[in-house]
Write a protein that binds this ligand. Sequence first.
Ligand code: GLU
Length: 469
Amino acid sequence: MSDIRVRFAPSPTGYLHVGGARTALFNWLLARKQGGTFILRIEDTDVERSTQESVDAILQGMQWLGLDWDEGPFYQSDNFPLYKEYIQKLQDQGKAYKCYCSAEELEAKRELAMKEGRKPKYDGTCRCRADQPAGQPYVVRFRAPQEGSTSFDDLIKGTITFPNEELDDLIIQRTDGTPTYNFCVVIDDAIMRITTVIRGDDHVNNTPRQIQLYEALGFPVPQFAHVPMILGADKTRLSKRHGATSVIAYRDMGFLPEALVNYLVRLGWSHGDDEIFSREEMIQKFDIGNVGRSASVFNTDKLLWLNAHYIKTGDPARLAELLTPFLVERGINPHSGNPDLATVVKTLQERARTMIEMADGSLFYYRTPESYDAAALSKFTKEHLLAVYEAVALTLGKSTTQTAPEIDALFKELCAEKGWKMPQVGQPVRIALSGGTQAPGIGEIIATLGIQETVLRLDRVRDHILTCQ
Ligand code: GLU
């Protein structure tokens, strides 16, 4: 194992967002590539907004994507005594101080600064305060350096510098005694010996404050890599307005985890013109330095294209497993009898772009059609349909062939014998077996359904035609 230690640190205030999933993925890839350690930390210090439901949703999303962590999940809420200890330490060293300014006073000062065209910033009233008014509420502020600047070499964005005079004396403990977010992050990252912090670039402005805290506490400062945001098609930050943003929603829409992972890795990172990456290739080729500096636009069509690719090339037995809940949702237990689901999957892999399309496309294997596409049937005369169904039933009934190519060959022979063109036979049979015209090749359907079931369905459609047409 190398010394690389990275972490994904979601706040459990909602589901796992695709943006968060990509951050987790980049962390995971760096750890796997370098033989490092990937840590999961749940940042639940905002007690009011954090829920167990969100924690479960995040863990579920990570597991579904196959982003396994080596340590954790750790919960920030378990560390409150530790944060307190370090806040006290800073105070003892004179690096933090109690501030008794009330919210109203601060607001008035802020308004005055704005009015006078100054940047609103804490004016340091309590920095050197000698008295400590007993019984009065206070916050604890970090005594931030006033001069010079704070700089870091971001692995994605390059060098970023903030003049210290622009940085406030950060509140590290609220009046109710709870520590604030920027402080907890620093303590945790330091205690967990995180070497590289990869996170969304909405945290760039927090970074100089955090660096100052590392330095004040005597901790080594990690490297930082701030990943640009994901945008919707209208170039605003990706949100629900643009469609689904939750990882699990993509699962429920029939996307495969490998497709989403492949899509997310390419969202902001590139390796030449390569588009398709297996997990191993991704690990081998990933380089955080190759993540682009600009925001990326989420493109559902491309995700769909990748999903179709992974469905087409996927292992039928595994796809069958992933397909099962979609069929159960549609009232079908595919394991209660014929046909074998993996065989069904094989007939649909070429066409289906999502597991929903595959589930809908496989229903007819398990359910005799309740109705037939009347418009498609009306393209043929009643006489022709009856002749086709009778001839096909007869031919299949007599044959001992089982495989799709053999059955296709039988159809060819039949067409030659009767002077029919293949579509004149294929379409009516497809309608008889599936109810519609959107179905796999004839040989494949019949081989999967079995001759007996096929002949039963042909008899059924004949009855339908005789009574209805
Ligand atoms: N909890 C923060 C968030 O969800 C992440 C903080 C970090 O990665 O440093 O945005």
